[in-house]
Design a protein around this ligand. Structure first.
Ligand SMILES: NC(=O)CCC(=O)C(=O)O
Length: 264
């Protein structure tokens, strides 16, 4: 198992409803990240379309080509892609779906955002997922979540108890709540003794200005990389063996009192 990973977050702007422009921008930035040595590249939430939810269904046809392009680049460059989320149409409606592609160019996992964000009208246009967020990178168990999921610590805790050592978040988190973003991400890292990698978009749409501030945080809560409010690529090397070191220092998972937690 390779415990050292070089992770890049592509903190990009998104042109509303313009999949081809956004794809071109993402590819260019993935190539820059590879040039900087990345072996895992992370993209934001709904990065191909933005929050054009009233017409999102019309854009779902374009996403197959996006996935094929991501698979090709992952294989060509031999990188993992935590490929952000895409609007994916299924029988029951459109889902906000995180896609994970391995370094052989295979789509190995999809995760549909479980908690829909009413403040941005997701519940009117999207369906909520009901499956777990687990996947493995190089033999290490990890999990990937979408934006508002971050506010539900029990969801991440369940995945940490289930063995995840690295938690990914992809987001379109507006600037006016960016202090919540940073505090909650640090809390998820410290309380679960996991690495946290969180990729937010920047730029504006008609309703929101998005806050960037993408973060890579270690299991002790130390910030390894932090974005500003502009487009940029954040890089950090992480050693997943550090998770066990921290869990040995403060054995939170041994000290839990599970009999008490559902009692009151
Ligand atoms: N796209 C989202 O889920 C946004 C979540 C958000 O802004 C929040 O405050 O939570």
């Amino acid at each position: 198992m390779i415990s050292l990973l070089t992770i890049s977050c592509v903190q990009m702007d998104v042109e509303l409803g313009n999949t081809s422009v956004n794809l071109k921008n993402a590819i260019q930035k993935i190539e820059e990240a590879v040039h900087a040595g990345a072996n895992v590249v992370v993209l934001p939430e709904l990065w191909t379309t933005g929050y054009c939810l009233d017409v999102i269904e019309k854009h779902t046809d374009e996403q197959d080509e996006v996935i094929e392009t991501l698979k090709k680049i992952a294989k060509q460059k031999s990188i993992w892609l935590v490929g952000g989320s895409l609007p994916i149409k299924k029988e029951t409606g459109v889902f906000n779906e995180l896609v994970i592609i391995n370094s052989a160019g295979e789509l190995i996992k999809t995760y549909d955002k479980v908690h829909l964000f009413q403040l941005m009208n997701e519940h009117h246009y999207l369906q909520a997922g009901t499956s777990d967020a687990f996947f493995e990178i190089e033999g290490y168990k990890t999990a990937g979540f979408v934006c508002y999921d971050l506010r539900f610590p029990e969801w991440m805790r369940g995945h940490a108890i289930g063995g995840a050592k690295l938690l990914f978040f992809v987001a379109q988190w507006p600037v006016q709540r960016i202090q919540h973003w940073e505090i909650l991400l640090k809390a998820r890292a410290i309380e679960n003794q996991c690495f946290v990698v969180a990729c937010n978009r920047v730029g504006k749409d008609k309703d929101n200005t998005f806050g960037g501030n993408s973060l890579i945080i270690d299991p002790w809560g130390e910030v390894l990389a932090k974005g500003g409010m502009e487009e940029e690529i954040l890089n950090a090397q992480i050693n997943l063996e550090k998770v066990q070191e921290i869990r040995n220092t403060i054995p939170i998972f041994e000290d839990r009192k599970i009999d008490l937690y559902n009692k009151f």
